[in-house]
Ligand binder design. Structure first.
Ligand code: AMP
Length: 450
């Protein structure tokens, strides 16, 4: 029970008002360690309640130890503007019964306004690294009194190329501070370098790696012939499924725009979120989603990273994500804080190998599903089909045909991996197969959601 944790009265009051009684695992184990002032390295599942796990002990500290004359006392860094807004909202709710103030400093907002906001000296700054660094270089912000630094979604920050910025910010802040680093996975390239440079003898709290299964999320795949077939499947699934809110993931901004238009044309209430949109439009669509004015969001990965929208119970991968970690981040939008969810991936022949490598990475097998009336020609690679008992001549022919498409898909997948490598380290290469996990022999029959 939260009431058993030694947290300030103001915070207990907010928790009670929010109806939060039982701490999640990361909160139960992380809060006491953070209260001791230790540096922490936490790997926790998306949606595990990690925001409160670092905000609560930090706010407790600010409430217990008065420091009216100090400059910024706490700094939380996040990879995207949306995430920063989300944490800011979390703060507002948890700090409701206190005098504590926070400032939100992200790109895409007015610089001068932010400078005046920082001058008001809020205890906590919640920021994205690029803009924060700009303010630091203009001497707008003073981190010499900083007591707590939080690097949230650290793996994403590094993936997005913020490693240098994060190191500069850490260097510019009080060396005796407490530092908490949270990451879905600790395997991201360069993460341990940041850990060594920024944290002091951190206590590790390894709750789950990105790979661990989201047991509350049911994962299915539907085979598709091409983009047109995928579109039909998507509209049918949006009709068939019972959901409060859905997120449809696309790998490209252009396709995200196109899909949201088509979904709206089919009379669904949908919006789109991607990195090319103006900040105001991004805020507006998030607001519409949160206020239930739209129930479907079409999004690209960067834009939707870590977004916490209550009530998302359906995720559709229109395209398969390019890595296992990315997949975990996407499906983590549903099934948050123990709620159940459904994730459906539409798989074309060229995506089969990628999908299988993600299955192996996650050490699980996705449920195969057919959509009645919309079964396509593509039935998976030849290996799987041949294992059926009655492999007659027609099947043989089919095998040759799809063996070809399968080898084409290998080529395409390899190509894509090379392409990604050429983009530099902004994106990780596809998930490496870890185990030689056996794939299922055939396609499971369509199962209705329980
Ligand atoms: P986070 O992992 O911080 O993004 O949190 C995911 C969701 O879990 C948020 O909507 C939180 O409001 C919610 N949450 C956080 N702590 C708890 C808790 N102890 N019990 C139930 N829900 C929680």
């Amino acid at each position: 029970m939260f009431s058993e944790l030694p947290l300030h009265n103001c915070l207990q009051k907010s928790l009670a008002k929010l109806g939060l009684e039982e701490p999640t695992e990361v909160q139960l184990r992380g809060i006491p360690l953070a209260l001791e002032g230790k540096d922490l390295l936490i790997s926790a599942e998306t949606g595990s309640g990690k925001t409160a796990a670092y905000l609560l002990p930090m706010l407790h500290r600010f409430l217990e130890l008065d420091a009216p004359k100090s400059a910024t006392r706490g700094l939380v860094l996040l990879p995207t503007r949306e995430l920063a807004r989300q944490v800011f909202k979390h703060f507002t709710l948890l700090a409701e019964f206190s005098q504590l103030k926070a400032g939100l400093i992200t790109g895409g907002e007015d610089f001068k306004y932010q400078r005046s906001l920082i001058r008001k000296n809020p205890e906590l700054i919640i920021a994205t690294p690029g803009r924060l660094l700009e303010h630091l270089s203009h001497n707008n912000i003073d981190l010499s009194d900083l007591e707590v630094l939080v690097l949230d979604e650290a793996d994403r920050m590094l993936d997005m190329g913020f490693s240098e910025d994060v190191l500069k910010i850490a260097e510019g802040s009080r060396p005796e501070r407490q530092t908490l680093l949270l990451s879905a996975t600790l395997k991201t390239r360069g993460l341990m370098t940041v850990v060594k440079k920024v944290l002091r003898e951190p206590t590790q709290l390894l709750l789950s790696g990105a790979r661990d299964q989201h047991t509350s999320i049911r994962q299915q795949i539907v085979l598709a012939d091409d983009v047109a077939h995928k579109q039909k499947l998507l509209f049918r699934l949006l009709e068939l499924e019972t959901y409060n809110k859905a997120i449809v993931f696309s790998n490209t901004k252009v396709q995200a725009d196109r899909l949201s238009g088509l979904i709206r044309y089919h009379k669904f209430r949908a919006g789109v979120l991607h990195g090319d949109m103006e900040q105001d439009d991004r805020n507006r669509v998030m607001d519409l989603m949160r206020r239930d004015q739209i129930s479907i969001l079409v999004a690209t990965d960067v834009a939707a990273r870590g977004l916490d929208i209550a009530g998302v119970d359906l995720v559709v991968n229109f395209d398969m994500p390019r890595s296992g970690d990315e997949h975990v981040h996407r499906i983590g939008r549903t099934g948050r804080a123990g709620e159940s969810g459904l994730a459906i991936s539409l798989i074309a022949a060229s995506e089969w190998n990628l999908m299988s490598s993600i299955e192996r990475y996650l050490r699980m097998e996705f449920e195969r599903r057919d959509v009645p009336g919309l079964e396509g020609k593509y039935k998976g690679p030849a290996k799987l089909k041949a294992s059926g008992k009655a492999a007659g001549k027609r099947k043989e022919l089919g095998r040759k045909k799809s063996a070809k498409s399968d080898s084409e898909s290998v080529k395409k997948t390899k190509l894509r991996h090379r392409d990604q490598k050429q983009v530099g380290n902004r994106r990780k290469p596809s998930a490496a197969p870890v185990e030689k996990g056996a794939l299922g022999d055939g396609l499971a029959p369509f199962k209705k959601r329980s």
